[in-house]
Design a protein around this ligand. Structure first.
Ligand SMILES: [Zn+2]
Ligand SMILES: [Zn+2]
Length: 265
């Protein structure tokens, strides 16, 4: 088989694999909808007032959560503008030079008029070989997307997308609303979960759904809460996840206000 054919098959397999976590989450959410709305509210709750209040509040949380999830998945990450890309002649010039100081000289000339303040750990201009561009500040190359992403935070397998400049707000909302969704289910399902342990519910199918719904919602609540608190901390410190692990070195040395991790040159 031709190498390009096997490469495209490999790419198609990777695309399918990357969507598996999103499909998994979608199935869990679809099941939680059925378990909460049909098995808990319609089948198990007798009080009409309670039923209506729970159903209304649940649908508000559900719509907010699915909207934020959708936006995080389908908002395209932003790539560097054309000013940062090398022109054809610059590419040729760079290729002709040996790696090292002479290449850096060319890159320094190209970056002279660009608003770039950060450098590599060795003090060189940040350059992406794959995309052939001078990297803007806070931009990183994602190996999964195979692109440079502006203010890249991390590549999230659960949304099969890079979280960065264009969708970080949606990602934060997704964490907040999914936490709200899980906490609401945990809180309202708790009394029926306890009732099941003490008295036993008459219908065994409802029993299974109510019990499993409580376990799933409470476990997701714990993991989502820790992730949400961590990202709130990052926002307060004006750091991305990548920068929290390795603070960027600046052209004029460390910026103690923005990044005071003591890791800079
Ligand atoms: Zn790149
Ligand atoms: Zn990515």
């Amino acid at each position: 088989m031709a190498p390009s054919g096997s490469r495209s098959i490999k790419r198609s397999c990777q695309t399918v694999l990357y969507w598996i976590p999103v499909i998994f989450i979608t199935i869990i959410v679809a099941w939680s909808y059925y378990a909460y709305v049909v098995q808990l509210c319609i089948e198990s709750i007798d009080n009409i007032g309670e039923k209506i209040v729970y159903l209304l509040a649940y649908h508000v949380a559900f719509i907010l959560f699915t909207w934020a999830y959708w936006q995080t998945i389908f908002t395209k990450p932003m790539n560097p503008m054309k000013e940062f890309h090398l022109s054809y002649s610059d590419k040729e010039l760079l290729e002709r030079e040996d790696r090292g100081e002479s290449q850096q000289e060319i890159l320094r000339r190209l970056a002279k008029d660009l608003p770039i303040y950060t450098r590599t750990m060795s003090g060189a201009i940040r350059f992406c070989d794959r995309c052939q561009l001078v990297k803007p500040d806070r931009c990183h190359h994602c190996s999964v997307c195979d692109k440079c992403i502006l203010k890249m935070d991390h590549h999230c397998p659960w949304v099969n997308n890079c979280v960065g400049f264009s969708n970080y707000k949606f990602f934060m909302l997704f964490l907040a609303y999914s936490l709200l969704y899980c906490l609401f289910i945990t809180a309202t399902d708790l009394q029926y979960f306890i009732k099941f342990w003490i008295d036993g519910l008459p219908d065994s199918q409802a029993k299974f759904h109510i019990m499993f719904l409580f376990f799933a919602a409470s476990m997701f609540s714990v993991s989502l809460a820790s992730l949400f608190v961590y990202h709130c901390w990052l926002v307060c410190k004006n750091r991305s996840t990548l920068e929290a692990f390795r603070a960027p070195p600046f052209r004029h040395g460390a910026d103690k206000n923005g990044f005071s991790l003591g890791l800079m040159l």
